[in-house]
Design a protein around this ligand. Sequence first.
Ligand code: SF4
Length: 316
Amino acid sequence: MRNVNSTAASTRPVADPDAIRPREVSGLRGHPVVGALSPSRASDFLTCPLLYRFRAIDRLPERPGRAAFRGTLVHEVLDRLYDLPAPTRDEEMAGAMVPQALADLLAAEPDAAFALIEDAQWPDDSAPEVTDEVRDLMIREAQALLKTYFTMEDPTSIDPVSREQLVEVSIGEDLLLRGYVDRMDSAGGKLRVVDYKTGRSPTELWEQSAMFQLRFYALVVHRATGAVPDRLQLLYLGNGEVLTYQPDPEDLERFERKLAALWKAIKRAAETQDWRPRASKKCRWCSHQALCPEFGGTPPPLPDQPSVATSLTVEG
Ligand code: SF4
């Protein structure tokens, strides 16, 4: 287990299970909230303002990716696993749940087939047929990740407070922070936030993004519940590593100021329509190179924007 920040919290509110249940709050809550940020979109802007524009303002579609789909499948199985009585949550049961979860996901979102059939032309072709061979391969990959999960946690001993919970809080006058928290646990008055990752633990290039996400969740849970989570963990099922963050109130206050500054920068970019590209090693994974000036492309005209407020009321 790797500790990325081991600063101990000084004084924390007592975390009673009812108090720590995240509340979904209205984005307006008496404030003229005009924009919403998720960890992904905030991280996009920090990586490249043009990438943020493509995803949050233009809302350009992106081809469903195989790794992302596999992640959704594993999340779905883990969520269903925790619906079962604790003593029955074993590896065999989790593995047996994969085929039905896969069938349900494909039925709910036919375009997900593009994630499995990588040589189908997207978006030109209609959703391709998923053969038994392709389906079986995805099932085996998901089962391998679940096998690793059982080396990291014992779900028979965990009683989650919440799962797949949308948590929203407003900060300042015009910003809504929003995130899905995979799981929250409470044991002995301690609050733990857990997020599953189906890739490997991050290299140096991505570690800052992981830390950003952990702080983001810590802040959202803190503001939504009043309690500072005792521990946040990213479980990397790709290689069995755990990234742990123990927040303290001062660190979260600093992070909140950082988010407020980031939001100001996004609003400035929207007002001046200056979404300049910032090329980096991460361009390799960008779906929008064909429209990016760094790669000889031209961005499409900005969509009609009756106001900055409307254009920024988006979420990814
Ligand atoms: S290719 Fe790179 S510079 Fe261009 S939009 Fe994507 S991330 Fe930004």
